[in-house]
Write a protein that binds this ligand. Structure first.
Ligand SMILES: Nc1ncnc2c1ncn2[C@@H]1O[C@H](COP(=O)(O)OP(=O)(O)OP(=O)(O)O)[C@@H](O)[C@H]1O
Length: 314
């Protein structure tokens, strides 16, 4: 879907920002770009939608080199969400969301219909359509920003720290919403963040960058457990490991009961949808190495054992 072939970029002569970077993003992937401030994450996103041209190398979007795309058609194929949201203050939420459709000269009735679909998609109700941006919280504005990026139904969505200014609690809720939207719409998403937990939670592929180069690329398992780069290992480190335990669910490592009498007496239990860290903590708090696991109906369906962790396919 998006390919970078040996791409280099510099804003000022002698100060390379992106250096001979090659990257292949397949359709339907959720790719997270993470790395220290100034490593070139935003520059990469801007190159993907043609806002910045590379000094050398080639960028290919949907099989066609970026130079051959009509810039307007390219932007229509790519939704862009930024941290500052950038809603128009004088336009209602409905008009803000439908703005990309104005550019396509979509009929008014169709725009209204799409705005109603989108507001539900991002978890707000229709009463928000008539409101104005200054009547919304930061998290709600960010939902509208996402809706606007989805309005023209682009195949690719670029997100530049969209949750950077959202508080921790709303951030977790919005991350879940982004996962839900991604899973239901099957878009290709490229997402920039500083937050290691966010990267581990959202990305099907994580790209660790430093000084315009890819240090490591892989799934969350690869990045947390099989890092081949000293930089990525230090950057992701124990924080990445803790995030992993906080995200992967107990149901992935549950051991079936072996039918022993002791197991039938298990009273301590966690839920199958709890993250691994809850099971580990419950074991340590109670000085045991095995506890029960219940399903959503409350039925005991197996056990979580500290030894079960080895069942994870790292
Ligand atoms: N328009 C510009 N002109 C000159 N230098 C720029 C310009 N835009 C960015 N830079 C420089 O390019 C480098 C990479 O910037 P970029 O915004 O891509 O980094 P980033 O990884 O997204 O950083 P952050 O995480 O802080 O947002 C930085 O050193 C920045 O100062």
């Amino acid at each position: 879907m998006i390919q970078f072939r040996d791409v280099s970029q510099q804003y000022e002569a002698g100060k390379p920002i992106i250096q001979n970077l090659s990257l292949n993003i397949e359709a339907g992937e959720f790719v997270v770009l993470i790395g220290p401030s100034g490593c070139g994450k935003t520059t990469l996103l801007k190159m993907m939608n043609g806002l910045i041209a590379p000094n050398s190398g080639e960028i290919i979007i949907k099989g066609k080199t970026i130079k051959d795309w009509d810039p307007i058609v390219l932007k229509r194929n790519i939704g862009y969400v930024i941290q500052q949201v950038g809603l128009f203050p004088h336009l209602s939420i409905e008009k803000n969301m439908a703005y990309p459709l104005d550019l396509q000269k979509t009929a008014a009735a169709q725009k209204q219909e799409r705005a109603r679909e989108l507001i539900h998609l991002v978890g707000l109700d229709e009463s928000y359509l008539k409101k104005y941006p200054n009547e919304l919280s930061g998290g709600q504005k960010q939902r509208v920003g996402m809706a606007r990026a989805l309005a023209a139904d682009p195949e690719i969505i670029l997100m530049d720290e969209p949750l950077g200014a959202v508080d921790q609690i709303n951030r977790a809720v919005l991350q879940d919403e982004i996962i839900r939207i991604y899973q239901s719409l099957h878009k290709t998403i490229v997402f920039v963040t500083h937050d290691i937990e966010e990267a581990i939670k959202l990305g099907t592929k994580i790209v660790v960058l430093n000084q315009g180069e890819i240090m490591e690329i892989g799934t969350r398992d690869d990045i947390v457990f099989h890092s081949k780069s000293d930089f990525a290992e230090a950057f992701i480190g124990n924080k990445g490991f803790l995030s992993y335990l906080n995200i992967v669910k107990i149901k992935q490592v549950i051991c079936p009961f072996n039918g022993s009498a002791a197991e039938k007496d298990i009273t301590l239990a966690v839920n199958e949808a709890d993250p691994l860290i809850v099971g580990i903590r419950r074991c340590l708090e109670n000085g045991v190495n095995k506890i029960g696991v219940r399903n959503a109906n409350g039925t005991l369906i197996g056990a979580f054992d500290l030894g079960c962790l080895s069942r994870l396919k790292f």
